[in-house]
Every structure is written in C-alpha cells, then in structure tokens.
Design a protein around this ligand. Structure first.
Ligand code: FES
Length: 136
C-alpha cells in the first residue's frame, strides 16, 4: 500500500513519509513554545493553626473557611463593605482572583498593599494558605 499524506493523497515518490514530517513539525513547535505546562494544582485552602481541605474552584475564601469549620467574621454578609472578613495571605496569592477596585478601597491602601484580602471576595483557584487575624 502506498504512503498517503494527511489528505489521503498518494505521497509523491521520494517524498518524506508523513510520520517523520509530523515529528519534525512537533519538534519545531516544542522548540518555539516549550513543553506544555504542567496541570494546575487543585484548589485547596489551609487556615493557619485551624484547618485545611480541598475546595471547589472559584469558591470564595470566606465560604471555604466556613465549610472547613473556621469562624471568620462577615458582618455585611459578603458584600465587600465591612472588612470584617479580612485575612492575611501567607502563600498562594497568585492562586486567588484579582483584587477588585472596591475590595482595594474597603481594605485601604496599607492593607491592600500588604497583600491582605477580603475573604468574601477572594476566589480560590489553587493552593492557598491564609491567616485569620485576631480581632479583639
Ligand atoms: S463580609 Fe463584609 S467585607 Fe467581607
């Protein structure tokens, strides 16, 4: 049986066979773009000194903490207006959703600049470690 190209046509005599051309193409693409990235780590939350566990992607840190049995204040009910749910991000800040302008305003420039987040607004997308600051 004659070699066929990707369109099913008979390969021209002397033409390189299709698998070798495909391998060269993939090799060239890997050189250009590098190896495919490793799959992302599954979302999980660890609250320092309290609890840890897996969470569904996109779950807010507040909901995840409450589901893990950690008591986090949330006086405004998660409407980003009281800052009682403020948490300190110890690890995995890049695995949280970006900070919205409203969240930045409620936190204030000092706390937002220090990397604190409102647990009711920060959605978990990977492994994250947080600390719930002592209130009183
Ligand atoms: S619960 Fe009020 S700001 Fe998060």
């Amino acid at each position: 049986m004659a070699d066929r190209d990707w369109r099913g046509r008979a390969a021209a005599p002397g033409a390189p066979d299709a698998p070798r051309r495909r391998d060269r193409l993939f090799g060239a693409l890997q050189q250009l773009f590098g190896r495919p990235a490793a799959p992302p780590a599954p979302p999980c939350l660890e609250i320092e000194g309290a609890s840890a566990g897996p969470v569904d992607p996109g779950t807010t840190a507040l909901r995840a903490a409450l589901e893990l049995g950690v008591d986090v204040d949330h006086f405004c009910g998660g409407k980003a207006s009281c800052s009682s749910c403020r948490v300190e991000v110890l690890e995995g800040a890049d695995h949280l959703s970006p900070m919205s302008p409203r969240e930045r305003m409620v936190l204030g420039p000092a706390r937002a600049g220090a990397g604190d987040r409102l647990a009711c607004q920060a959605q978990i997308r990977g492994p994250v470690r947080l600390r719930v600051p002592a209130r009183f």
